[in-house]
Design a protein around this ligand. Structure first.
Ligand code: FAD
Ligand code: GLY
Length: 367
């Protein structure tokens, strides 16, 4: 079976690699260089328990299932390449600095307890016993031990190698311009210079997924970019965080390579990817208030990535109304977390015709 994939972020690369493992012939088209967009900007949190919103129980279940699949995903990757990054079950500490924060944390705690998740509401002193770098200003915290994280940049590097080692054809600097149809039937896709025939096409172009021509208006994926500025700091011996620390205004994520990601803004600025003084100031101030020792850390990088957000902020996964055209997009804030479930689901649907129940709320036909 010949499959074309549009987009070389973590989603397109992983799906391509998995389909190659199961015997398909895969060509992946990337408009620039693989893994340089949202999948690079991400902080790498695998945190369904910290990130679940009050209205998002189905999404949390999807994240929970994807987290469960992560070890299998990484074991399979280690069969194909070396230096696969560690799956770090570091937990998330949600922290509060005043009474308003504590009330908010109490609501977050109650909601998680009702869902029977493993969660603790603790005092500032108890939080500092577990994460000694926290400021004396922290008065309360919610501890979520089951959240995890991974070095997403290292993961994308491994996926690229694995894709190529399994014989995938990677066409970088090859933007797909349109999906090709004949009489309403999918034929393949076109770049500026060539047409390619495929049995199946998977659209995994992140926040650009709505821009491919040829898709009938009624099934076009409703995707927009949501800008996130994020800072990388270099950890020192005086400032080695144990796990994820976050509040509604910032997060700090210590990585395996000795850096810390400090994120992230959430801005409706179209396709603009410029880091701004205001964005950096807010992140640095909020994080410094919770963890004062970040003050002296060397600043390594500031970038902005574009989260692919669908109209309902949930991913769009599976075959569209047009036979042979699949979507794997709209992963918004959770694409690193949701990679394994997306990959196994798309591969199962294409090769075996099965769709897991947990996927039903996230099918393309819902819009
Ligand atoms: P991308 O990584 O954006 O990849 C899409 C690719 O498609 C790009 O390489 C692009 O060049 C290519 N493309 C686009 N158009 C075309 C075309 N016409 N032809 C060919 N190629 C094309 N998620 C988590 O789970 N945990 C986190 O901690 C986390 N933190 C985040 C922090 C920030 C600041 C941001 C911005 C996002 C974060 N996310 C996080 C979300 C996560 O990064 C995304 O959901 C995920 O990376 C989406 O992956 P993707 O492959 O769909 O998109
Ligand atoms: N999931 C973290 C972010 O999107 O910033």
């Amino acid at each position: 079976m010949k499959i074309g994939i549009i987009g070389g972020g973590i989603i397109g690369l992983s799906i391509g690699w998995q389909l190659l493992r199961r015997g398909a012939e895969v060509t992946l088209f990337e408009k620039g260089t693989v893994g340089q967009e949202a999948s690079r900007a991400a902080a790498g949190m695998l945190a369904p328990y910290a990130e679940v919103g009050f209205e998002e129980i189905e999404l949390m279940k999807l994240g929970q299932e994807s987290l469960r699949l992560y070890p299998r995903f990484l074991e399979e990757l280690a069969e194909d390449v070396e230096n696969v990054p560690e799956f770090d079950r570091c937990g998330t500490m949600l922290v509060g600095v005043d009474r308003d924060d504590t009330e908010h944390l109490q609501r977050l705690y109650n909601f998680r307890e009702e869902l029977s998740l493993t969660v603790e509401m603790i005092t500032g002193t108890e939080a500092r016993e577990r994460e000694p770098l926290l400021s004396p200003k922290i008065v309360s915290a919610v501890w979520l031990p089951d959240d995890a994280q991974i070095d997403n940049r290292a993961l994308v590097r491994c996926l690229r190698k694995a894709f190529e080692s399994r014989g995938g054809l990677l066409l970088e600097k090859n933007a797909v311009q349109q999906i090709d149809l004949a009489g309403g039937t999918l034929r393949g896709l076109s770049t500026a210079s060539s047409n390619f025939k495929f049995d199946k096409v998977i659209l995994a172009a992140g926040c650009w997924s709505g821009k491919i021509a040829g898709i009938p208006d009624k099934i076009k994926p409703p995707i927009r970019p949501v800008k996130g500025q994020i800072i990388t700091l270099q950890q020192t011996d005086d400032c080695d965080l144990k796990g994820i620390v976050r509040s509604p205004r910032f997060y700090l994520v210590p990585k395996e390579d000795g850096t810390i990601r400090l994120g992230a803004t959430s801005e409706e600025k179209g396709f603009d990817q410029t880091p701004t003084a205001g964005g950096q100031k807010e992140l640095l101030e909020e994080a410094w208030e919770a963890v004062p020792s970040i003050y002296d850390l060397p600043l390594v990088e500031t970038i902005a990535g574009l989260r692919p957000a669908s109209r309902d902020h949930a991913p769009i996964i599976g075959q569209t109304e047009m036979e042979g055209l699949y979507y794997a997009t709209g992963h918004y804030r959770h694409g690193i977390l949701l990679t394994p479930i997306t990959v196994y689901s798309i591969a199962d649907e294409i090769l075996d015709g099965t769709v897991a129940e947990v996927l039903e709320p996230f099918r393309p036909g819902r819009f």
